[in-house]
Design a protein around this ligand. Structure first.
Ligand code: SF4
Ligand code: SF4
Length: 443
């Protein structure tokens, strides 16, 4: 029987329309807007000014703290201005705006397709290189990768777990990467194993991607210590705690990190970026983005330079369909609605999803009928209906006691509610208030 996590979970329609679409390089835009806060942690500090000339790979903003990441120019050209722009999460953030001229790369970057298999660096050198390259978790979490590789004193990493689940409906960027960059990704995993000093790694892949499972199984004999683990399809299996339960059958305690049970989790896209950073000296300047939706003419997987406006991606996928009601950055379960199509692609942009007007409007919600479907669906064992009640009445002490901070914002509760209650919206509100209270307690 296929493995999966035990508590909760839902089965939304998969709608992986772009699964057969090979990755295409998106042409360079005329300008890019590169936000300096594209990761969890402190924003990076801008190093360039108006009229400065930059190349692909030039550091334009340096890490602003321990949990932060460098930002590099994704194009060659001239800095037009430093300004605030709306990013994909709807916030105005400081960004470096660069007018594109040519496509000149920093000299040290190896642009060839040659697969480099020898790892000549020690653990510290690998972590330093990943840090310098500005690599962050590409599954959407955007946590700086070098920080995750520094195992705290008293803890031990036993296994590297690679997330090839891509459980969000519609998205196929990771699936294509596993098929088209399989050796590079496996090398990235070997590099991450070396950095962590572990002998074992496993790639969890849901069995709706049988081609990726087969291809990676075939080549895994060349990469000792890496297991391919097919998983039953269930959302949100890509959540770190759910993936650890599914593959390792271990439970990360409430409020703790995966390292507590000996696991470090990285995404397949991150493993590919690590390969490019360590073996090719290439910083994180581009990523694969799925552009899809029921009315999209040409559902696509595009290799996109960071900072490219979302509207360019939509154009490449056949243009904005007339019946578009909402454009979402990310997948339908965890993605955020875009309020400006000029918003730039960032390191965390995994998809652009176009909902039809008929799919986009919210149904008026009704009273809770106490059916407990939301409780059954919650993969964290929470009581979403109760957390919404608390948020409605600003009962933050009760929210904290009922573990609101354990919510991974997967949306399974809202998805399953027969009364269409906006559970996740209220839970997010509650989380933001409770986290402020927790922060002020520590000060
Ligand atoms: S959004 Fe939070 S409360 Fe709702 S099902 Fe997911 S983890 Fe549970
Ligand atoms: S699923 Fe909806 S109606 Fe049922 S208990 Fe939860 S909030 Fe109430």
């Amino acid at each position: 029987m296929l493995k999966t996590f035990k508590i909760g979970g839902v089965h939304p329609e998969e709608n992986k329309f772009s699964a057969g679409a090979a990755i295409e390089k998106l042409p360079l835009p005329e300008t890019v807007s590169i936000p300096v806060a594209q990761h969890i942690g402190a924003p990076a500090k801008v190093l360039v000014k108006r009229k400065d000339e930059v190349k692909v790979g030039t550091v334009i903003a340096e890490s602003g703290g321990f949990v932060s990441a460098n930002i590099h120019s994704s194009v060659s050209g001239v800095v037009q201005k430093i300004d605030n722009v709306y990013d994909a999460s709807g916030y105005r953030r400081q960004a470096v705006i660069i007018k594109v001229e040519g496509d000149e790369w920093e000299e040290q970057i190896d642009q060839s397709d040659e697969l480099k298999k020898d790892i000549n660096l020690n653990q510290k050198e690998i972590v330093d290189k990943i840090n310098a390259a500005g690599i962050v978790g590409l599954g959407g979490a955007t946590f700086p990768t070098h920080v995750k590789l520094m195992v705290p004193e008293g803890k031990k990493a036993e296994m590297l777990l690679i997330n090839g689940v891509e459980c969000e409906p519609y998205l196929t960027a990771d699936h294509r990467l596993m098929l088209e960059k399989k050796h590079e990704m496996m090398m990235g995993i070997r590099i991450l194993m070396t950095a962590l000093g572990v002998q074992k790694a496993a790639i969890g892949i849901e069995n709706n991607k049988p081609d990726a499972i087969e291809e990676l199984r075939k080549i895994s004999v060349e990469y000792p210590g890496i297991d391919i683990v097919p998983l039953k399809v269930k959302y949100p299996q890509g959540g770190e705690k759910q993936l650890i339960k599914a593959v390792m059958n271990r439970e990360v305690p409430s409020g703790k990190l995966p390292i507590e049970v000996g696991a470090v989790v990285q995404n397949v896209g991150t493993a590919f970026a690590v390969y490019e950073a360590v073996q090719k000296n290439k910083p994180l300047i581009e990523r694969v983005v799925t552009v899809t939706g029921k009315s999209v003419k040409k559902p696509s997987n595009l290799m996109v330079r960071i900072g490219t406006p979302v509207e360019n991606l939509i154009e490449a996928a056949g243009g904005l369909p007339e019946d578009t009601g909402k454009v979402v950055s990310g997948g339908p379960m965890m993605g955020k609605a875009l309020n400006d199509l000029a918003a730039p692609v960032t390191k965390g942009t995994s998809g652009v999803l176009l909902f039809k007007d008929s799919e986009a409007h919210r149904i008026d919600y009704e009273a809770c009928i106490r059916c407990s479907k939301c409780v059954t669906a919650c993969p964290m064992g929470l009581e979403p209906y109760q957390l919404m009640n608390y948020a409605t009445h600003e009962m933050w002490k009760e929210s904290e006691a009922d573990r609101i901070m354990d919510c991974i914002e997967c949306g399974s509760c809202s998805f399953t509610c027969p009364s269409y209650r906006p559970l996740l919206d209220y839970i997010r509100l509650g989380k933001s208030n409770v986290s402020q209270i927790i922060r002020s307690r520590k000060q």
